[in-house]
Design a protein around this ligand. Sequence first.
Ligand SMILES: [Zn+2]
Length: 62
Amino acid sequence: MVWLLRKCEKCATYTLKEDKCPRCGGQVRSPHPAKFSMDDKYRRYRLIMKRMSGQNEEKPSA
Ligand SMILES: [Zn+2]
């Protein structure tokens, strides 16, 4: 679960602490985008690919 990692802005140490760096006490923040936005991006990508590739082959479901 790499997105749970935080990174210290001062010494660039990766930590699981959410409040402060265990090494220097500096401010920490997430180096990764939130998981939900990654999923949303992936879903949009799949939707675009589906529209581009499956227009003529897909049968109407109703
Ligand atoms: Zn630090």
